[in-house]
Design a protein around this ligand. Structure first.
Ligand code: PGA
Length: 257
């Protein structure tokens, strides 16, 4: 792995202030595992409180609007999450694409807004079970990624420095069934090829590619040892310090081994 493994917790719509003690415990545990970069993306309402208390972990948002401000009731902009203390934002998660009808074009606009606000980005991609069964997973994911990234040499170069990709097959999210290590390795290799095509040899090799979808302590070691897997985006198992930090520990061991 070119950089430290990156283990990111996506808390989704989980967490009231009662969860701040869990965030604190994750932060303390992360201080003992400096070989791994640990971050969480809590709901918007907890970004600032977690940011205020965290000494080690990164704090990010799960989404943002593509405009800086305006008449968008209920929406939150990239500028606002950065102001609250977020250092990164997850964009293009399949739950946003499916439940909120987010197109690749909208996600591209969000990527541009997030970059302009100084945020790092975790850009998600992943195929449905139907697409995989039809043998089109790789072409689908590559097209999805290309269409969600900024256009033009300069914009791409700027994006690459603050970009992480998360491959999350839709059918593996929250189901308990992760993809096989072979399928993960194949997809990550294909994504790496695309990144090198887009960003050039050097920069394309630097962008971390995370796997997400039912990562848990029991399968983390195997998944994180696969080639080109630079970390994990973890949903359910990131909600308690024990399971989340077991995954971080597996990442450290995989990196050493
Ligand atoms: P899961 O979610 O770990 O609960 O499958 C992963 C994600 O959606 O990022």
């Amino acid at each position: 792995m070119p950089q430290r493994p990156y283990i990111v917790g996506n808390w989704k719509m989980h967490g009231t202030r009662a969860m701040l003690s869990e965030a604190r415990a994750i932060d303390r545990a992360a201080q003992r595992h400096m070989k791994v970069e640990v971050a969480i993306a809590p709901p918007y309402t907890l970004i600032h409180p977690v940011h205020r208390e965290a000494e080690q972990i990164g704090v990010g948002a799960q989404d943002c609007h593509h405009e800086d401000g305006g008449a968008h009731t209920g929406d939150i902009s990239a500028v606002m999450v950065a102001d609250a203390g977020a250092k990164f934002v997850i964009l293009g998660h399949s739950e946003r694409r499916q439940n909120h009808g987010e197109s690749d074009a909208i996600i591209r606009a969000k990527v541009e807004a997030a970059l302009a606000a100084g945020l790092r980005i975790i850009l998600c991609c992943g195929e449905s079970d139907k697409t995989r069964e039809a043998g089109k997973a790789v072409s689908f994911v590559k097209r999805q990624l290309k269409a969600s990234l900024p256009v033009g040499h300069e914009a791409l170069a700027a994006a690459s420095e603050r970009l992480t990709i998360a491959y999350e097959p839709i059918w593996a999210i929250g189901t308990g069934n992760s993809a096989t290590v072979e399928d993960i390795a194949e997809m990550h290799r294909e994504i790496r090829t695309l990144l090198v095509e887009l960003f050039g040899e050097e920069q394309g090799a630097e962008v971390r590619i995370l796997y997400g979808g039912s990562v848990k302590p029991e399968n983390a070691g195997q998944i994180l040892s696969a080639p080109e897997v630079g970390g994990a985006l973890v949903g359910g198992a990131s909600l308690t310090v024990d399971s989340f930090m077991s995954i971080a520990l597996a990442a450290a061991e995989a990196d050493e081994g």
